[in-house]
Design a protein around this ligand. Sequence first.
Ligand code: A2P
Length: 256
Amino acid sequence: MAVPAEKLEVLSVHHYTDRLFKFRVTRPRSFRFQSGQFVMIGLEVDGKPLMRAYSMASPAWDEELEFFSIKVPNGPLTSRLQHIKVGDSILMAGRSVGSLVVNSLLPGRRLFLLSTGTGIAPFASIMRDPETYDRFEEVYLTHTCRLVAELAYGKELAEGLKNDPLCSDVASQLTHYTSCTREDYPYRGRITELIENGKLFTDLDIESFNPEFDRVMICGSIPMNKDLKRILEERGFTEGARSRKGEFVIERAFTG
Ligand code: A2P
C-alpha cells in the first residue's frame, strides 16, 4: 500500500529566471538520504497528489530540504509549483532513491560532476557534502545552460562554499566551470563538444580524462546523458551502480 504523502512547509522561494527557481522546505526528522538522491514531491491538484521526482539540492546533513526546479508553462506540476509562497505546503512521498551517489563510484583522485540545466540539482547536494572532499582530492563541477542567467544558481553555490561552515576548509578543492550555448560568454559550447575538442581541459589547465584516477557523475537531459556515456565508454570508463561500483554514474534531470 502506498505511504501517504507528508506535508512540508515552504520556508523560502527564489526565482532566478522565468524558467528556473529554487525553494526550501522543512525536513521531516525521519527523512534520510544520501547526497545526490531524489524523492517524489508535488502538490494536491483536484484532490489528488500530483508528484514528480526531484533531486535534493541540499546536502544530507542540512536540517532543511532545498530543490531547484524548472518552470514549464504547461507542465502539469511546475506550472503550479512555480507559484508557491513562504508558508504554503508541498507534498513529499516515499523514500529517497537513486544511484547518483559517491558510494556508486570506485575510489579515485578527481571527481567530475557534469550537468546541464536543472541537472545541477543533485550536484548542489554533493558539492556541499564534506564527504565528497574526503573521498576526492579535486572536484570539478561543470554546468552548461542555454543562457548566462541560467548559470546563476551554480555560481551562487560555488561562491557560498567558501563561507559554508562545514566546507570552507575544502572549498579550494572545488573548481566550477560554466559554459553557455545560446549567448555570448567566455566559455561557449556544449560540454560534450568541450570534452571532445579538449577545450575543457585546456581551459582548466588539467590533463584529459583518465579512467585510472577520474570518476564522473552525469546529470542532464536524456540526449546529453547518452552522448556523455558514449564519450566516457570510448575512453575506457565503465558505468557503476549501487550494487557494482564503476568509474561513472548517470542520472536523468527530471522535468515537467
Ligand atoms: P543547446 O543550446 O545547444 O541545445 P535544455 O535547457 O534544453 O535542457 O539544455 C541545457 C543545455 O544542455 C543547453 O546548453 C543545451 O545546448 C545542452 N544540451 C542539449 N542537448 C545536449 C547533448 N545531447 N549533449 C550535450 N549538451 C546538450
